[in-house]
Write a protein that binds this ligand. Structure first.
Ligand SMILES: Nc1ncnc2c1ncn2[C@@H]1O[C@H](COP(=O)(O)OP(=O)(O)O)[C@@H](O)[C@H]1O
Ligand SMILES: [Mg+2]
Length: 378
């Protein structure tokens, strides 16, 4: 056990569900519905990410949680209390702003102490609590520095310390890393993530960066046009996307449209000679039903086609290499099928090393995948 009282979380266990509840929340600006009848339940100690492209309503939803925006409809509950009508400054909620929101004329200690001073805390308590958060974010040695003397990542940690010192029940982060450049951003994601994990504060983070959401969050919600498209762990959403939007938003993928021709999961698809074989279908599946399936680029195997190959087997196609991108740990291929359709295929480095001759531009290749690699989309 750590001596630092801020460090509460010692294992993976999250607290109870429904710690933060968003109930049928809508927000209109004039005639524009920006958040649309949205429901969400977040667990105590959970790190939750709202992920979506610019303008989909993420910040508005976060600002409603913070009390900076009033919902047109719906309720917000935190730790059993309906806070919908509680003003922002009376909520046990803290919104972390970007690094440049530090007071430039105050040193690190004064920046962190500011909120506690405003609350009228005793000097001794302020000193103790500031020391604890400085310790937590490992900025003790910079306690007297001014913000301008700190790197972007260090400023970010001070901003985090300033939020955490108030011991909020809920911490809100709006694109917290957007001011940092890529290399520092990745390092800071890791640092902030591990600090927040140790503290165990419930967090909701808004981001349009899927990598950021996937590295930091316990669960994420993919948002589009004011609604949630899918909620799950990063792995669940990546491995079993529910819609084409979710599949394409997180990572890249190949989507095929077809018609179910057989209850054993045969799907006739214009891009392939033989039907795709999805495997066992659920009871509700109907013959003649249109459906879409997604196959991730790394689930497709690729090899040079044998010169005498005539018809490709099931879940496979012949194509021509149209584009090659060396990505280090894998090589990205664009393969144009006979139908004219282009597939994205990732070949891991180990597999590339094992080829007697690596597929090159204009080579004819056979691509194939297993039934298990296909996910049916809604
Ligand atoms: N105060 C406001 N008045 C009018 N329109 C707004 C206001 N705030 C946000 N919007 C609009 O609501 C939509 C969603 O904005 P926002 O929640 O900031 O999206 P995101 O954070 O996902 O990029 C945008 O079209 C934006 O222009
Ligand atoms: Mg925003």
């Amino acid at each position: 056990m750590s001596a630092n009282p801020l460090i509460k979380k010692s294992n993976n266990a999250l607290g109870e569900d429904g710690f933060l509840q968003v109930q049928s929340v809508s927000k209109k600006f004039g005639s524009d519905t920006v958040v649309s009848d949205l429901n969400l339940s977040i667990r105590r100690q959970e790190f939750f990410a709202l992920l979506g492209s610019s303008g989909c309503g993420k910040s508005t939803l976060l600002r409603i949680m913070a009390g900076l925006e009033t919902p047109t409809q719906g309720r917000i509950l935190l730790d059993g209390q309906d806070i919908t009508d509680v003003p922002a400054h009376e909520r046990p909620v803290n919104m972390m702003f970007q690094s440049y929101a530090l007071f430039p004329h105050m040193n690190v200690t004064a920046n962190i102490a500011y909120g506690l001073k405003r609350e009228g805390r005793a000097k001794s308590e302020i000193t103790e609590r500031v020391a604890e958060v400085l310790d937590l974010v490992q900025m003790h040695s910079h306690a007297r520095h001014m913000p301008a003397q700190l790197s972007g990542g260090q400023q970010q940690r001070v901003a985090l310390a300033r939020s955490l010192v108030k011991q909020p029940k809920l911490l809100l982060l709006d694109e917290p890393m957007s001011a940092l450049d890529k290399q520092i951003r990745q390092k800071t994601q890791f640092e902030l993530g591990s600090i927040l994990y140790k503290v165990g504060v419930t967090c909701v983070m808004v981001t349009h960066d899927q990598e950021e959401a996937m590295t930091m969050a316990d669960r994420l919600a993919v948002m589009s046009e004011g609604r949630i498209v899918q909620i799950g762990s990063p792995e669940q959403v990546y491995e079993t996307p529910s819609t084409q939007f979710a599949a394409e938003f997180i990572g890249s993928t190949n989507v095929f449209a077809g018609v179910l021709s057989d209850r054993r999961g045969q799907v006739v698809c214009a891009d392939f000679e033989a039907p795709l074989d999805l495997g066992e279908m659920e009871q509700s599946a109907k013959i003649g039903q249109a459906l879409r399936v997604s196959v991730r680029p790394e689930r497709i195997r690729m090899q040079l086609a044998a010169p005498d190959i005539k018809a490709p087997p099931v879940n496979a196609a012949l194509g021509t290499v149209a584009q090659i991108g060396y990505m280090g740990s894998y090589t990205l291929f664009y393969v144009t099928l006979v139908s004219g359709r282009t597939l994205v295929v990732n070949v891991p480095r180990e597999v590339m090393m094992g080829f007697e001759r690596a597929p090159d531009y204009d080579d004819t290749v056979l691509v194939q995948w297993s039934s298990r690699s296909m996910v049916r989309l809604a």
